[in-house]
Ligand binder design. Sequence first.
Ligand SMILES: [Zn+2]
Length: 287
Amino acid sequence: MNTLALSFQSLELNGVSSLESTVNVHLMTDGRSALLFDTGYDEPASLHTLIAWIRAKKVTIQGILVTHAHPDHAGGLLTLAETYCCNVYIHPLERQSIEDKGVSLRKRLAAISWRDVCAGDMIHLNAYRVETIETPGHTHGHLAWYEATTQTLIAGDNATSAGTVWIGPPDGHLAHFYESLTRLHALSAKTILPGHGESIEATPSFFVTMLKRREARSEQILNQIIRKPQSAHELAATLYGSAIAGNHMWAALSTVRAHLSYLSEKNLIACHYDRAKKVLMYQASGI
Ligand SMILES: [Zn+2]
């Protein structure tokens, strides 16, 4: 039997219900069947666009793979799972996160054919398969998938060609993200299909460069604190300036908090409550 040629196709969806105003979904297809990676927003326009796009491909969706539970990636999951009646592959922590938020949808969520997956699990598409890569950091149960014959990585929010990947508590954990970047580097992916922005033709040092840039930010924040004890707000204002407003300031603040947690875990900084300022102040350990 001839093996059908494998291809990856991506669609950028627009949404208004998330911090991110666009998100990518990806299809891995042999022309007859397909795996769908992520589901976009739970918004009528986004769902309509995605379902029409899949219909035009004339492929059978064999499975939906969810990188993580954030609403720009998994918002449309319930509708898509009901539309295609296929297995949904997801990390248990992300499944629980969706189930916890969707209490009013419990009956519909219970009808989904969930398939919990973790590191090394293979998901097959006829003659092809993708390997599940655990990449905690952006969220605790974030997954990526790797297709070895084309050296293609479906990266979710581990990589982006548009700005930087957001890591913020309570979902995000910087030390885990650094470990995940090291794991992704070892794959030697040639093509990275990110959750946001255009596909990336990856250089061998792509993830190492990302890692070094982040670590430099941690170092920069540590140096700021060594110079003078500061609150998270003061650090965010120093690092990101007044140019950042609204939701983006919240994201900047959250990013700073992720770095502060990372530095605290390494016992490089400590914090105390400042009664006069009514904020947590961070200072270098041992000072
Ligand atoms: Zn996300």
